[in-house]
Design a protein around this ligand. Structure first.
Ligand code: 5RP
Length: 234
């Protein structure tokens, strides 16, 4: 039996070409992409990479993957990142690992975004996985109430000692359940973005171009998005 994350993560690294500026996502699936990219760098691949989290930055550094600051890059050729759920239109829930804000910033300047997942994360409707919402600590209770008024149940993400989990940006995360799932991800994203105090949501609408699905039998399926959607925030 194969690890679906490993086969998807390694396969996605093959999309990277010499000279590219590459966004590096965050999480356990991306870890396998990093491993394969590091092998390719040792074989002579020349790339510059922007990590989406301190965790990925540390791992990439240890593995010898060349890094560059986000501010030094106008656009990224390719970004490879995981997802917590992805639907048929390639809309995603992300942020299970807490890196949603930097992941979305990096995705917003990426020409070709590749989502890498195990097959169980491909869903008909988003929302079984709780939607991570990054909030400034000052506004947390206000946002909590606003989400409750919309019928959602929000839970503050906590760390191992029960303290509020803090993102790389010093913010907190509310993990949010919608009773019937998320029928219209684009509308929900716009609605949530209008609430002061929400820094970013884990809804990634129209950002992924390619979906790489790994399976336990070791096979990998690559899907290209059928329709061109307007890019969020651009
Ligand atoms: C981190 C993310 C990750 O991409 C997502 O949580 C998937 O993680 P994993 O590959 O570990 O299952 O959005 O913020």
């Amino acid at each position: 039996m194969h690890n679906p994350k490993q086969v998807a993560g390694r396969r996605a690294a093959e999309f990277v070409e010499n000279g590219m500026a590459v966004g590096l996502g965050t999480g356990s699936t991306v870890f396998f992409t990093l491993e394969r990219l590091a092998e390719r760098v040792r074989e002579g691949l020349k790339i510059r990479c922007v990590p989406t989290s301190i965790d990925t930055e540390n791992k990439a550094r240890v593995m010898g993957i060349p890094l560059v600051e986000l501010g030094k890059i106008d656009a990224l050729d390719l970004t490879i990142d995981g997802a917590d759920e992805i639907d048929g239109a390639f809309h995603m829930i992300k942020g299970g690992g807490g890196a949603l804000l930097r992941e979305k910033v990096v995705a917003s300047i990426t020409r070709r975004q590749i989502a890498i997942v195990g097959a169980e994360k491909v869903v008909a409707r988003l929302g079984k996985f709780p939607l991570p919402i990054e909030v400034v600590p000052f506004a947390r209770e206000v946002i909590h109430r606003a989400l409750g008024a919309r019928g959602a149940t929000a839970t503050l993400r906590t760390g191992p000692a029960g303290q509020p989990y803090l993102t790389d940006n010093g913010n907190q995360i509310l993990d949010c359940r919608f009773p019937d799932g998320i029928a219209d991800p684009a509308s929900l994203e716009l609605e949530l973005d209008r609430l002061p105090g929400i820094v970013e949501t884990g809804l990634f609408v129209g950002l992924a171009h390619v979906l790489v699905i790994g399976r336990e039998d070791g096979s990998v399926e690559v899907r290209e998005r059928a329709t061109a959607l307007p890019r969020a925030g651009r």
